[in-house]
Design a protein around this ligand. Structure first.
Ligand code: ADP
Length: 177
């Protein structure tokens, strides 16, 4: 059996994705129901390069993926330039603006910075296929779902770490070239 085959047949997306069982939960944004202040607190409380956007916490259905940098720059710009945007403003990634309370501050709409078709695999996708797509599409990360619900994320670094671990166990295997 070729070492590559062993890798191909043994690892699945669920083995490589984060969070691991002991990790804090995946940091996600909801497409509505969060304020600008809440989003800033969540983003600034982590160092992740990006955040999945879901329909709601309950559904965990994926809307898209937003980069940390784009989010922080857009909020910053809106705070400076857009009339009435404050911490209490609703931050919306929705297609349409849901009815807002008349006495509240105007919402900040940021659907424009969301990648609405982020690459996803299911938890049972073999890693050789995932790695192949990362290479061919030059991906930095991909999302992992199960029955349409968001489960986790795999970054390029996660894959490299996983491969290094396998190579450690079996130094003769040639996994990445
Ligand atoms: P990199 O893997 O290049 O350092 P990140 O800083 O985005 O990229 O991710 C660091 C680690 O956190 C990775 O193991 C990744 O799988 C995980 N991760 C990335 N984004 C999130 C997120 N939104 N919530 C939870 N974990 C994440």
């Amino acid at each position: 059996l070729e070492p590559k085959e062993e890798f191909e047949h043994s690892s699945l997306a669920v083995d490589v994705m984060r969070p691991r069982r002991s990790d804090p939960a995946l940091a996600v944004l909801t497409q509505e129901g969060m304020t600008v202040g809440e989003v800033e607190t969540l983003v600034e409380g982590t160092r992740y390069s990006g955040f999945p956007v879901v329909v709601s916490k309950e559904s965990q259905r994926l809307v898209g993926f937003v980069l940390r940098r784009d989010l922080l720059i857009s909020i910053d710009n809106a705070r400076k330039r857009q009339e009435g945007v404050v911490s209490a403003s609703q931050l919306l990634f929705t297609e349409h603006t849901p009815p807002q309370p008349a006495d509240g501050p105007p919402p900040l709409r940021l659907r424009g910075i969301v990648d609405l078709s982020p690459f996803t695999v299911t938890d049972h996708t073999p890693m050789d296929i995932t790695v192949d797509i990362f290479r061919k599409l030059g991906l930095r990360q991909c999302l992992v779902t199960h029955n349409g619900r968001l489960l986790g994320i795999i970054t390029k670094k996660d894959i490299l770490k996983h491969m290094a671990q396998i190579a450690n166990r079996d130094p003769d295997s040639i996994l990445f070239n």
